[in-house]
Design a protein around this ligand. Structure first.
Ligand code: NDP
Length: 263
């Protein structure tokens, strides 16, 4: 089947760049109509224009909203649904990774990391799930992280939020099992996007380490000795959305070259 997701509406949060943009491109190639969601209208418009040659522009649209704002999410999903129909595929990808030593992690940083990385997916799922249950079909894919499966120093708030995403994935998967809706997480290792570029700059600023060396150190976490590419994460997401993945439910799948081995 060339277009296994034809007739499906996929909404990708954080779809303007990085992993989210790669996911959007892949789902479009698989035949879905795609809504990109992020906070920056201009960046979303640019991303949609970049995707347009891949598919008819009639299959790409965008909505600006902050995933931490449930009211804005409700309005954005309503508008997206009016054009492309109910959201059948929800990819909760929007996220931020701020690092800080635990003793310097204040309540504001803690709250911000939980709001965007954990409560954001919660608000989006609450909005999209009723339509999926009514249709008897749905795919929810949460982009967690290897930091959802293991501890990493200096990112306690991010790590707690991503562990929360894995827990949410597991619990909800049991509630929707038997109703045609699967819920899974994809857990990338260090992936070549703005998040890693910011982390490299941060490490270099804090330690004085040369940026090339800092980037190499992050890449060495991966047993393959390299950063993961956004397209590799997108491939795993697209696979979970395929009709043939209907028995895969409640899983958190590392895409990290073997850094984390589950089981
Ligand atoms: P990027 O920084 O490249 O992209 C993040 C995206 O999320 C942007 O589109 C951004 O758009 C959007 N976003 C951020 N905050 C919000 C918000 N409050 N509401 C709506 N949209 C928002 O990051 P990546 O592509 O690297 O990361 C994507 C996901 O993958 C994240 O959840 C991240 O935690 C996870 N991940 C990334 C890894 C990596 O090494 N890169 C490793 C493991 C997991 P805008 O700012 O315009 O709103």
């Amino acid at each position: 089947m060339n277009a296994p997701l034809e007739g499906r509406h996929a909404l990708v949060t954080g779809g303007s760049r990085g992993i989210g943009l790669a996911v959007a491109e892949r789902l479009l190639s698989d035949g879905a109509a795609v809504t990109l969601l992020g906070r920056d209208d201009a960046a979303l418009a640019q991303a949609a224009a970049a995707l347009a040659p891949r598919a008819s522009s009639a299959r790409v649209q965008w909505q600006a909203a902050d995933v931490t704002d449930p009211g804005a999410i409700g309005r954005a999903f309503d508008a997206a649904t009016r054009t492309f129909g109910p959201v059948g595929i929800l990819v909760n990808n929007a996220g931020q990774a701020r690092s800080e030593r635990f003793d310097r992690t204040d309540a504001a940083l803690w709250d911000a990391m939980l709001a965007v990385n954990l409560s954001g997916p919660f608000h989006c799922i609450q909005t999209a799930l009723p339509g999926m249950l009514a249709a008897g079909w749905g795919r929810i894919v949460n982009i967690a992280s290897t930091a959802g499966l293991a501890g990493y120093a200096y990112v306690s708030a991010y790590c707690a939020a991503k562990h929360g995403v894995v827990g949410l994935t597991r619990a909800l998967a049991l509630e929707t099992a038997g109703k045609g809706v699967t819920v899974n997480a994809v857990c990338p290792g260090y992936t070549d996007t703005d998040i890693v570029r910011d982390a490299v700059r941060n490490i270099s600023a804090k330690t004085g380490m040369d940026e090339t060396r800092a980037r190499e150190q992050l890449a060495q976490r991966n047993p393959q000795g390299r950063l993961v590419q956004p397209e590799e994460v997108a491939h795993a997401v697209a696979w979970l959305c395929q009709p043939g993945a209907s028995a895969i439910n409640g899983q958190s799948i590392p895409v990290d070259g073997g850094e984390i081995m589950v089981g």
